[in-house]
Each structure stands twice: as structure tokens, then as C-alpha cells.
Design a protein around this ligand. Sequence first.
Ligand SMILES: Nc1ncnc2c1ncn2[C@@H]1O[C@H](COP(=O)(O)OP(=O)(O)OP(=O)(O)O)[C@@H](O)[C@H]1O
Length: 266
Amino acid sequence: MEGPVLPRGAWRRGHLSTPVLELRDVSLGYRTATGWLTACEGISFSLAEGERLMLVGASGCGKSTLLGAVAGFHAPHAGQLLLDGRPVTQPGPDRMMVFQEFEQLLPWKSVADNIAYPRRLAGTPRAEGRREAETLIAQVGLTGFADAFPHTLSGGMKMRVAIARALAARPRVLLMDEPFAALDALTRRRMQDELLRLWRDFGFTLLFVTHAIEEAVALGSRILVLSPHPGRVQAVLDVPDTLEERAALEARIHRLLLPEEVALHA
Ligand SMILES: Nc1ncnc2c1ncn2[C@@H]1O[C@H](COP(=O)(O)OP(=O)(O)OP(=O)(O)O)[C@@H](O)[C@H]1O
């Protein structure tokens, strides 16, 4: 197989010590029929180039809202949200999002055209976009499917296309919102391994939402644990290297997220 057409760190810009993403005391919420609903509050963290930060927390603690704010879909109610030191004000191809839904591809475009689409929008010539797409197709294990249409693919294959499309845009941060939650257990495991392999190839910066603690420990370099609704930062934990230490970290996060259940089993 050809080497990555997008070499490791191709879309890197800043100095290594400058955070790619920084949240300072960010609060987010929604105006509802009955008033203001705070989704999460006082959130501060920064994400360095090449880091893999996992957001975990109970359902409704604001994980997707937080990711959506980084994507530029919601403005903070309070605080600052900075990408490369500049406030995020709108969505952009520098923050590509991969969702859980299988139907996130353009159904009328082939696999290659879906993957090339963000680059085409950015003005990349068709032939170059196609060449990049074909290399990415090989890298996500879909050789032979460049001209297939999304409806002919399995859920796992669609997810591979969505990841390749996001990487094609060379985002400053790759945003993933429970991307593997709808896959069967085996495919999910395989996709987790593939994501780490792609990360080793490309060195992208990752912000990943999951409520699966094992997935967070398997994929993250750091884990941010949010408290239940409205979400606040409960802990930010480095993921260690050894299996024993990782098992201990999983147990610790379980205790943080499910204190009652742990007490029941004590
Ligand atoms: N469009 C919306 N309008 C009003 N309230 C919303 C909207 N979207 C989310 N919320 C509320 O904001 C809070 C946070 O929701 P969010 O989806 O961010 O949580 P989450 O941690 O991602 O949950 P889950 O793990 O179940 O996906 C919840 O109380 C939810 O009901």
C-alpha cells in the first residue's frame, strides 16, 4: 500500500506548546419553552496537538452539547472557546465531526466522491481529490469500494468512509460523537483498533465523546469525566500504559460515575 498521502501531522500548524483547543469556564445551554436549561457549566480544559481527549459522563450531562459547541453549532453562554487561540464563532472544515448515525454520508455520491467532497469544497482539483480519496480508502481498509454508493455498504464500512472523509479535510481537531455506539461489539472493537492505527499514521488531534468507560480507556490519552446534569468537570485523568493501571483507571471512573452501584456491590 502507498504511504499516507497526508503525512503525519500534515495539517499541523501551531507550536507544540500552544493548545489547539482551549475552553475557559465555558457554560452551554438551551432556551426552552419553560426557560433556560443549562447543559454544562464552568468547563475548562485544553487540548494539545496530537492528544486524544475522551469526554465521558452520564446521559444528559452535556457531552454532545460540548462537542457541538467546539464544532461551532452552539455559542457558549459564558466563558471562552478558542481554536488556535481564536474564538470559535461558526462551524468550519478545521473541525470535522463524525457522528454515530450510519446515514451521515451523501447518498448520491460514491465512496470516493464522499471522501473527496470536503477537499473539493476547499478548491482542490478533482484529480488530486480523487487521488487523496483513493489513498484514504486504502488506509481505512476499503480498497475496491471507491465507486460503491453508501447504501451498498455495511454500518462499519459507512463509518470507515465517514472517518476517511473527516481526515481528508485535515481538521485541526477531529470530533467524534459516540461514533461506534451503533456497531455490533466485534465491529466496534475492530474500529477502535483501526482508529488508533490511523492516529499512529496521521497524528491527528481527537476529541471523542463516549459513555463507554472501556472505550475511553482504550482510545484516550486523557479522559475528562463530567458530573451528571448539568455537567461540570469532575476529573481529568491521564491514561497509563500498563494493563493493570488501565484496569485501575476504569474502576476509578466507574466509581466516579456510578458511586451508588459501586456501594451496592461493595
Ligand atoms: N436542542 C435541545 N434543546 C433543549 N435541550 C436540549 C437540546 N439538546 C440537548 N438538550 C438538553 O441538554 C442536556 C445535555 O444534552 P446532551 O445531549 O448534550 O447530553 P449527552 O451527555 O450528550 O447525553 P447522551 O449521552 O444521552 O447523548 C440534556 O438535559 C438535554 O435534554
